[in-house]
Design a protein around this ligand. Structure first.
Ligand code: ADP
Ligand code: MG
Length: 703
């Protein structure tokens, strides 16, 4: 059964959407095209079949760093894999060929450039599957075209019987068709996964006092890895310096930095020894780090595809992750300039428009994102800033009238900054030179701060009440709609900025939970030490989701530990004892137990049993014995299994028992606890589930 293989080698209890379907299709010998968002879980779709199929699986992958990472991850799970690329010596290549011929390899990763050297060797061995990762690189329609990919069409002609699977996160139709055409797989089954990433919190804020906002944002994330994307190289450097001066481990990354330093930054980030990377969009393509907890866009991205891919680098492990986008008028002007200079100006400008609409949206942001990728959702997402803190609307008619009449009085000859200066009665050289201090609108709105004026005017632009003439030095121009406001007293609605800011600050306050001495932090430290010893990235030992589950479940025995999602066979062997020890150590310290190891486990159980027989509840026993309740549950369970007279029904409510019984039927009796835990939306304790299952299983056995 393939679920068993999934658990044994990857440690996961169940498949993500589409994975099982895709794998079964491979087993049927079909060609497949997989479209899944970044972090959706594409790799397992070919890695799992590779383990099961008799021959080896050839994986084409564009990036050397990525290959090494994937191979390290596979080896850590007990799967024999290797990669071939130009960074190795001939001797290394020979060794790998030998292994391949001796049938010792299940997966071989190669860059398309190196493929031609390999063909003779490959032809001598049984090849079961060909996987082409980041397949959009084959298409000039995609955003990351690589010429070497275009030779891959011959694979189908050479290996006529071998199924091919192509995988990408690029959704658009033209690219999809092009991939199938070029790879000669016209009958490939297309699997299109949802692009929704509900664990990503979406937030957009006005781009003023950005550094201050970032420092605030970071307060409750002292250890969480994150990326800050900036438009210019210079900003990445300035920002990194600023963060360093505040005590953060931060580095800049852009294409102008020398290769060695870049590799170093990337390695440190992957290994959890560097917390923050301030980068241009050059960063991120080559990494599969699963525990990036947040992504900030310091500047507005130029299109939604790029934005979605970049925020998609957060939270691959499915744990809650933050994304924050700063939206500023200056960025829009800058991007507009770039777009105007580019070859396909119209397309670029239209894409930028969609990006702006997203940033300015007053309705659920996820709806806008997903509709961009052709997916419609009915419900608001509840995990974006608009859903959680909807802006209140004010009557903005007077504000609009002031702005518009000011624009009219300067004959539509001035950009936004000067209009605001006039409204606020500024006394700078430009104003005085042009004699604007004598305008009727001069100084009519000193009470509204500069940046609020800017936000209001942007809102007016987005609603069509004013236009920016980008080709005429960004002068503000009146529109048909402006006339309705000025002469027909049309009402204008604006988002209330004052309240907007207040809510945002509140949200930040709520997030500020100081770092505690939690089991999670301890487990993380242990993981880092083990990773350093083994010379692999920390998340390749266990990802954050697995650590969270260990924290929840507090496994104290091998049987409990192997049930954790993310713990496979080899990792159990390599790390199980160490993590179990840490859990026990932590529980004991938390209950202030004097440091005294149980000489004899049996003795400890006995004490628990005595208290139980005296009628104490689990909680009471835990207090009496100064142990964690989960430990007492384990004792009771063990005692029961050893045949002691324990009535498990006293430890669980009737309702809970009925609920688990029902769940067992719906879920088709899974082996692990996790599916139940998820089934109850994580609201029922693992201990309760375990007790219920013991009762139910015993009933079955007695029948
Ligand atoms: P993609 O290539 O689609 O961007 P990956 O294959 O790198 O995504 O997977 C992203 C993360 O999800 C990895 O940490 C991976 O181990 C995890 N993952 C994949 N499948 C599952 C699953 N069935 N259950 C839990 N985690 C999974
Ligand atoms: Mg991938």
């Amino acid at each position: 059964m393939i679920v068993k293989t999934l658990k044994e080698y990857f440690g996961y209890d169940s498949f993500r959407p589409l994975q099982e379907e895709i794998i079964n299709s491979i087993f049927k010998g079909q060609d497949n095209l997989v479209i899944m968002p970044t972090g959706g879980g594409k790799s397992i779709c070919y890695q799992l079949p590779a383990i099961v199929l008799p021959g080896f699986t050839l994986v084409i992958s564009p990036l050397i760093a990525l290959m090494k990472d994937q191979v390290d991850g596979l080896v850590a799970n007990g799967i024999s894999a290797a990669y071939i690329n130009s960074s190795q010596e001939g001797k290394e290549h020979q060794e790998i060929y030998q292994k391949l011929i001796a049938k010792e390899l299940k997966l071989l990763y190669v860059a398309p450039e190196s493929l031609s050297f390999l063909v003779t060797v490959i032809s001598q061995v049984e090849i079961s599957l060909i996987a082409i990762d980041e397949a959009h690189c084959i298409s000039a329609w995609g955003h990351d075209f690589r010429p070497a990919y275009t030779q891959l069409g011959y694979l189908r002609n050479k290996f006529t019987k071998t199924p091919i699977i192509a995988l990408t996160a690029t959704a658009d139709k033209a690219t999809r068709q092009d991939i199938c055409d070029q790879l000669n797989i016209p009958h490939a089954i297309q699997h299109l996964a949802s692009f929704d990433r509900p664990n990503l919190r979406l937030e957009v804020r006005p781009g003023n006092k950005r550094i201050e906002q970032i420092l605030n944002f970071l307060i409750d994330k002292p250890n969480d890895s994150g990326i800050i994307y900036c438009l210019s190289r210079k900003t990445t450097e300035q920002l990194a310096e600023k963060l360093q001066s505040q005590g953060y481990k931060a580095e800049a990354y852009h294409a102008g930095i020398e290769h060695q330093k870049r590799t170093q930054v990337q390695d440190q980030f992957i290994n959890d020894t560097l917390q923050i990377v301030c980068a241009t969009i050059a960063f991120g393509m080559g990494i599969d780090k699963s525990n990036v907890r947040w992504v900030i866009h310091y500047n507005l991205p130029k299109n939604i595809e790029g934005y979605y891919q970049e925020i998609g680098r957060a939270g691959r492990d499915s744990l809650p992750s933050y994304t924050l986008l700063f939206h500023s008028y200056a960025d829009v002007i800058q991007l507009q300039k770039f777009a105007n200079m580019s070859g396909n100006k119209e397309v670029q400008l239209a894409k930028l428009d969609r990006m702006k609409q997203y940033a300015d949206s007053l309705s659920c942001r996820r709806k806008i994102l997903l509709s961009y990728f052709g997916e419609l959702i009915q419900e608001d997402c509840g995990n974006c800033d608009v859903c959680t803190d909807p802006p209140s609307i004010i009557d903005g008619t007077i504000i609009a009238q002031k702005v518009l009449s000011c624009v009219a009085r300067v004959n539509e000859e001035e950009p936004i900054g000067i209009i605001i200066d006039i409204l606020r009665g500024a006394q700078n050289a430009v104003i005085l030179d042009k004699g604007y201090q004598s305008l009727k609108t001069y100084g009519i709105a000193r009470d509204i701060p500069w940046r609020d004026w800017q936000q209001y005017i942007i809102q007016l632009i987005n609603q069509g009440y004013i236009e920016i003439a980008f080709h005429l030095n960004n002068k503000l121009k009146l529109t048909e709609l402006s006339k309705k406001v000025l002469f027909n007293s049309e009402k204008v609605k604006l988002a209330n900025l004052a309240e907007f800011d207040k809510v945002k600050e509140l949200a930040i306050e709520e997030l500020k939970t100081p770092k505690k001495d939690t089991l999670f932090e301890r487990l993380r430290e242990l993981r880092l030490n083990l990773a350093r010893e083994a010379g692999i990235p920390a998340y390749q030992i266990f990802n954050d989701a697995t650590l969270r589950e260990i924290e929840q479940l507090k496994p104290t025995t091998d049987e409990e530990f192997i049930q954790i999602n993310g713990v496979g066979k080899l990792k159990m062997q390599n790390y199980g004892t160490k993590f179990i020890k840490e859990v026990i150590r932590f529980s004991e310290q938390k209950t202030n137990k004097p440091k005294r190891a149980h000489k004899n486990k049996g003795n400890s159980y006995k004490k628990t049993f005595e208290l139980y027989k005296n009628g104490l509840s689990i909680e009471e026993i835990a207090i009496e014995r100064q142990l964690a309740t989960s430990t007492i549950y384990t004792h009771i369970q063990k005692l029961y299994e050893e045949g002691e007279d324990i009535d498990l029904h006293t430890l669980i409510s009737k309702d809970d028992l009925i609920a688990v019984r029902k769940a067992k039927n719906t879920l088709n009796s899974p082996d692990a606890l996790r599916p139940y835990f998820d089934h109850f939306d994580q609201a029922m304790e693992y201990n309760t589930i375990r007790i219920a299952l013991t009762i139910i299983n015993d009933e079955v056995n007695q029948e």
